[in-house]
Ligand binder design. Structure first.
Ligand code: ATP
Length: 219
């Protein structure tokens, strides 16, 4: 299990990608978007941070945090540019990104540039995030397109974070070939006993089967 002491020193030299999510379970879409952002912005690495309790999502279908962490770890194990962190899981409280980013900046130093990676669906709720104005001053937001969601930054979010930040987001946006994969759909398929190959990495599929996650009995 990687901890903060194992996190590469490269984070001090170039920007670090921070990819928070529920990862319930991690899927191929997550991996592709992280890779695309890593390459596009020449990041030192991407740090996947599974949430303990996501503040803006239903938790009815949420499997235990240690399973979600393990699935991320297995999924990224062959990619030396990716790491997983248990920052949020260890805190054992509702996972607010502002707390995580503050912790990262304490760890790496205030000069570290944090690029927060998120799908376009997150834009709708971003204005509701805890201390969003402060968060916007601490890190960059990298929006990745997602089928069915606009990447347009306007409305109340733009009013709160300000014009310069909106321009920064537009400049940093990463367009990928749209990926119509979601954890919700994967959980539904698993409950129905349908195939999920190609949607999650094979090691994650094996992990899910071995631990009986998302089985009809848990639905
Ligand atoms: P769920 O279906 O349970 O809501 P999810 O598939 O959205 O889950 P999360 O773990 O909640 O997965 O997502 C973490 C981050 O990855 C979020 O910022 C989300 O917007 C983004 N993301 C997930 N899937 C995609 C995708 N297919 N395309 C673009 N962004 C995505």
């Amino acid at each position: 299990m990687k901890n903060r002491d194992n996190i590469s020193d490269l984070a001090h030299q170039r920007g670090i990608g921070v990819f928070g999510g529920t990862f319930n379970p991690i899927h191929v879409g997550h991996l592709v978007m992280a890779e695309e952002v890593y390459n596009y912005h020449h990041l030192s690495k991407v740090l996947f941070i599974p949430a303990y309790i996501p503040p803006h999502k239903s938790t009815t279908d949420l499997v235990d945090a240690h399973h979600r962490y393990q699935m991320v770890q297995e999924a990224i194990s062959r990619n030396e540019n990716f790491e997983v962190s248990d920052f949020e899981i260890k805190r054992k409280v509702r996972s607010y990104t502002i707390d995580t980013v503050n912790e990262l900046l304490n760890l790496y130093g205030k000069d570290c540039e944090v690029f927060l990676i998120m799908g376009a669906d997150s834009l709708n709720e971003l204005v509701l995030w805890k201390d969003i104005k402060k968060l916007s001053e601490l890190c960059h937001f990298v929006i990745v397109n997602r089928p069915g969601y606009s990447t347009d930054v306007s409305g109340s979010l733009a009013d709160v974070i300000g014009k310069d930040k909106v321009l920064d987001m537009e400049r940093l946006e990463v367009q990928i070939s749209p990926i119509g994969i979601s954890s919700t759909d994967i959980r539904k398929r698993l409950r129905e006993g349908a195939d999920v190959s190609g949607l999650v990495p094979p090691c994650v599929e094996v992990y899910i089967g071995k631990h009986g996650l998302y089985s009809p009995a848990r639905a």
